[in-house]
Ligand binder design. Structure first.
Ligand SMILES: Nc1ncnc2c1ncn2[C@@H]1O[C@H](COP(=O)(O)OP(=O)(O)OP(=O)(O)O)[C@@H](O)[C@H]1O
Length: 584
């Protein structure tokens, strides 16, 4: 019940729909219990006493009851659905908002397909119980109480015989629930894995095809699909075992009733009509208890779903605004790192080790170093994508946590190594960070990023729709749009993470020429493997295993015999000679 308690803020506001739905359930249940009474009266008072003139009245009464039951069923169903649909509408929105707030760290470990199945299948599973299961549970309780009351009125000993069978039924139902709940959780998990498989395959289809791994992917999917099938089969085995058992217990009870009830009728202790009514009533008692299995099943499914939804809702938002943030119109871009270290996971090695540097506003800092040396990690700390394990980062003299995340991130323009473009127009992609940008600003940003020309060659220019993941554009074109997107935000700090690696030398040269203009007045961090991309930087930091091992201008660094000089030699001198001298 804890899961439902924790999620109550989503469904309690709509309780009026649920309560009205219950009101109509009351009608439906009352009418259901009245049926056997009408049957008993028809047999005992009309047929046996031959008072046939009452038959039209009985028929009219029966039809009226059915009409009322029909109308009540409509409202019960509609209001129940309203309750479920309205509740999960809010829940779905809240989950999505939470996903927007969760830090990078969460996504490092999460699987997209699994998250998608939580937001779709699990939300639906939860809705179904709210719409149907909840009121079904109440209906069963009402039906059992109503039925027992009428039964006791008809015959106490016969009712006691019926009740004697109930504990056996209850044990079977309990055992069923004990097995079916974990089984459903496993089904949900398995479904999440299946989704992950499909999602990863579609996202990486180019790699799959390029490496001819279709058969491997098919067999991976077959395994996941097989696992899902196994989980479903073992759950249906639980169903198949327990349902006949429950029905058997019900039938034994009916046979006992038939035997004992007939004796009572023969002795004159019970009217024949009352015995007939009893047979209907006994099923009103057995059916809900047997169906309790189905409702418990629904409950288990929705509980399992609810738990998975709570895992998202309760996930730690490690990176959020602190209470007393400062409001500033814009940042100037004076960045300073003080003894900053970063370890992504407890068991990982340090990705950054005691890094300290200062970048005065308007200056350009180049970051170079081998793959995995910590260049990207360093810039990701500035935007608070991650939190340093130790040390402090200041912008304009204030700790970066003093600023609201929105202020911080809207002042830092980032062009990532792999630029992601949304499946919308080029114009919307460029103005994504500043949706209110004028067309003039968008074109200006595109021109500076050397993107305007090729955009104008596209059939719809800036209104060209991009496919999923920006399909239809070359890697270099995508990078240029991503640069335009960052420029469009007019940030005071610009981070270019290997952002010109996919363009040819001439375009890189042109972009850099334009970027010089763009970089004026902004603090810029250029991460690059090509010396040509950062040799004009005011300071170059050379990273190795998370530490700054060299620093200085290009001219200073080429005079030292360090990593930078070696890279410089490889890129600018006779590569073969350098490599030979190193090996030798
Ligand atoms: N999200 C992450 N979770 C765990 N470890 C990470 C994560 N991102 C990076 N790392 C690790 O941190 C170290 C530094 O990675 P980083 O991406 O900062 O290097 P880099 O210098 O930018 O490399 P490249 O030039 O290849 O982009 C590496 O050992 C990397 O494996």
């Amino acid at each position: 019940m804890d899961t439902f308690k924790k999620l109550k803020c989503f469904y309690l506001p709509y309780k009026k729909y649920f309560l009205w739905s219950l009101f109509f359930v009351l009608f439906i249940t009352t009418i259901t219990v009245i049926y056997p009474i009408v049957l008993q009266l028809t047999i005992d008072e009309i047929v046996l006493k031959e008072q046939y003139e009452y038959i039209p009245w009985i028929v009219a009464g029966f039809l009226s009851l059915m009409a009322i039951k029909g109308v009540s069923a409509f409202f019960h169903q509609y209001l129940g659905d309203m309750f479920g649909i309205q509740s999960v509408y809010r829940l779905r929105n809240e989950l999505y908002e939470k996903l927007q707030r969760l830090p990078f760290m969460y996504y490092d470990n999460a699987k997209t397909g699994d998250l998608m199945s939580r937001l779709t299948a699990d939300v639906e599973g939860f809705r179904f119980f709210l719409s149907f299961g909840f009121s079904e549970l109440v209906r069963f309780l009402l039906l059992i109480c109503g039925t027992l009351t009428v039964m006791f009125i008809y015959s106490v000993p016969l009712t006691l015989v019926t009740i004697a069978a109930l504990p056996f039924l209850a044990i079977a139902v309990y055992q069923f629930d004990k097995r079916v709940h974990p089984a459903f959780r496993k089904i949900r998990e398995s479904f999440g894995k299946l989704n992950t498989n499909v999602q990863e395959n579609i996202s990486g289809i180019q790699t799959v095809k390029a490496l001819s791994r279709e058969n491997f992917e098919i067999s991976k999917f077959n395994d996941a699909n097989g696992h899902y099938k196994e989980k479903n089969l073992s759950t249906s085995l639980v169903w198949a075992k327990y349902f006949p058992l429950m029905e058997l217990i019900g039938n034994i009870c009916v046979v006992a009733l038939l035997a004992y009830g007939s004796v009572l009728v023969m002795r004159g202790g019970l009217q024949p009509g009352e015995l007939v009514a009893f047979f209907s009533l006994v099923w009103y008692l057995m059916m809900p208890i047997m169906h309790l299995g189905f409702v418990i099943n629904l409950f288990s499914q929705s509980k399992a779903s609810g738990e998975r939804l709570l895992e998202i809702l309760e996930a730690d938002e490690t990176i959020r605004n602190k209470e007393n943030t400062v409001t500033v119109p814009a940042l100037e871009g004076h960045v300073s790192f003080k003894n900053v270290s970063l370890r992504y996971q407890k068991e990982d090695a340090l990705a950054l080790n005691n890094v300290s540097f200062t970048a005065c506003s308007g200056k350009t800092i180049g970051l170079i170093g081998a793959t995995g040396s910590g260049k990207t990690s360093l810039t990701q700390l500035m935007t608070r994508f991650y939190t340093p394990t130790t040390g402090e980062i200041f912008i304009d003299g204030r700790d970066i946590t003093d600023y609201p995340l929105k202020t911080l991130r809207s002042n830092v323009g980032v062009v990532l190594q792999e630029s992601f473009l949304f499946s919308s127009t080029i114009r919307a992609n460029i103005s994504y960070g500043r949706p209110d940008s004028t067309m003039e600003t968008i074109i200006d940003a595109a021109k500076r990023a050397q993107a305007h020309e090729f955009i104008m060659e596209l059939p719809d220019g800036y209104d060209t729709m991009l496919g999923e993941r920006g399909m239809g554009l070359s890697g270099g074109q995508k990078q240029r749009i991503a640069i335009a997107r960052a420029i469009c935000m007019n940030p005071s700090i610009l981070i270019l993470d290997d952002s010109t690696s996919a363009v040819d030398m001439t375009t890189e040269f042109n972009i850099q020429k334009e970027l010089k203009e763009v970089m004026k007045g902004r603090t810029t961090f250029i991460i690059a493997h090509r010396i040509s991309s950062l040799k004009h930087a005011d300071e170059i930091l050379v990273l190795e295993n998370g530490s700054i091992v060299e620093r200085g201008t290009h001219d200073e660094l080429v005079t030292k015999q360090g990593y930078y000089k070696r890279i410089f030699d490889i890129q600018y001198k006779d590569q073969k000679a350098v490599l030979q001298s190193t090996v030798g």
